[in-house]
Write a protein that binds this ligand. Structure first.
Ligand code: SF4
Ligand code: SF4
Length: 382
């Protein structure tokens, strides 16, 4: 894996510490969403379908740092929305880097070249640029022409300034394995690392037709990895997670491994599914009914193989069974033969549709906050 050695070491030491302390559940990556507003409207996005009053809200820099301190995970990923729209994003990242957090700033890169001056290259900072495929495919995925070229130009500019850049690709059903392989060849030429995840079937995403189910996901990744034999694609995932994507590992989801904090609070149970919020990280860990989530347990989790549920599972598996991890890294990803047994879906609980009621609750909280702020301003002015 192309993860820098010091990062691997720090994360390994963190995981060992959690094991030695006997902790059953602990976070690996904080998913920090300081805003939901975006300057694109991708067809597979489940994050931006909110009323303006919510899209206009921002987490303050202090709230972002508090979240990182509270959670304690060694890595912080900042998705969104588009984090570069946030006026304090430079300050937020600086504060996280000062706390020695590995920060992955996820961006569609439309504003990246313009905003590079806000950041300083650091072994703790990575730009993770949203790129779903080659030019035609990416521009189609983000529903706007010209975005691929701007993103590639921004990647080159950031690399020329000494920043570490990765790309993150979401894979949908309409992406042939041969094209994904060509895209991965392109990322090698570009000199960037790659993360890939099958798109989660967000119930609010405009395009519902192209989400992959688990059987198709596994076959697609097998086909891609078969085309990659002998090539040196630079994946930023653990070998066991890639092996899971190819259907060779029987993993259960670890939703607390990548907890999500956004403008509403701590999201239950994970970055992909919003089924309630808590005020503190402790409350999230203690009050979420973790056993009610995951593939085989809940209908909305049935097709999920996303990194935010399963990368932490793979990391734990590597820790408890290093020989298995070593075996996968030596033999490479298996692309033929029988797959690991699939999780039984017959006992999963039915989906609950809480989006509208949650949005109403959040809107009423926002109105209350605004009334208090207005009152405070009026009393200061008097
Ligand atoms: S760039 Fe990301 S946040 Fe923005 S619309 Fe696309 S998927 Fe959603
Ligand atoms: S399987 Fe896990 S990561 Fe995926 S939606 Fe369900 S709880 Fe979230």
């Amino acid at each position: 894996m192309a993860i820098p050695f010091h990062k691997e070491l720090r994360i390994g030491a963190y995981l060992m510490k959690q094991k030695l302390l006997g902790r059953k559940r602990y976070p690996l990556v904080l998913m920090l969403e300081p805003l939901f507003r975006c300057n694109l409207a991708c067809a597979g996005c489940g994050k931006i379908d909110y009323p303006d009053a919510i899209l206009n809200r921002r987490m303050s820099a202090q709230e972002c740092w508090d979240a990182a301190d509270e959670c304690g995970a060694p890595m912080v990923a900042i998705p969104g929305g588009e984090p570069l729209i946030h006026k304090e994003i430079g300050e937020i990242v600086r504060g996280l880097v000062a706390r020695k957090k590995f920060v992955s700033l996820c961006t569609n890169a439309l504003l990246l070249e313009k905003k590079l001056d806000l950041f300083e290259p650091s072994p703790y900072l990575f730009f993770s640029v949203h790129l779903d495929g080659l030019r035609e495919h990416h521009d189609h995925a983000v529903s706007q022409k010209g975005v691929f070229d701007r993103a590639v130009s921004a990647i080159k500019a950031a690399k020329a300034r000494g920043f570490t850049v990765n790309v993150n690709a979401t894979i949908f059903d309409n992406h042939p394995a041969e094209e994904i392989a060509k895209f991965l060849d392109f990322t090698t030429e570009l000199g960037v690392g790659v993360t890939m995840s099958p798109g989660y079937a967000y119930e609010r995403a405009p395009d519902q037709a192209h989400f992959l189910n688990r059987t198709k996901t596994k076959q697609l990744f097998r086909d891609v990895f078969a085309l990659g034999k002998g090539k040196k694609w630079n994946f930023m995932h653990s070998g066991l997670f890639l092996d899971f994507l190819a259907g060779n590992q029987e993993f259960e989801c670890t939703p607390w491994g990548m907890p999500a904090r956004n403008i509403f609070g701590w999201q239950k149970p994970c970055y992909l599914l919003g089924e309630g919020y808590t005020k503190t990280f402790k409350e999230l860990m203690e009050t979420t009914e973790w056993d009610s989530y995951g593939t085989g347990k809940y209908e909305k989790c049935a097709d999920c193989m996303a990194h935010c549920g399963y990368e932490a599972t793979a990391a734990n598996a590597a820790l408890t069974n290093p020989i298995k991890a070593m075996f996968v890294s030596l033999r490479g990803i298996k692309t033929e033969g029988p797959m690991a047994p699939e999780i039984d879906l017959s006992k999963q609980r039915p989906a609950q549709y809480v989006f509208s009621s949650e949005v109403q609750k959040r809107l009423s909280d926002i109105r209350k906050d605004e009334a208090v702020e207005a009152q405070q301003k009026a009393s200061t002015a008097a």
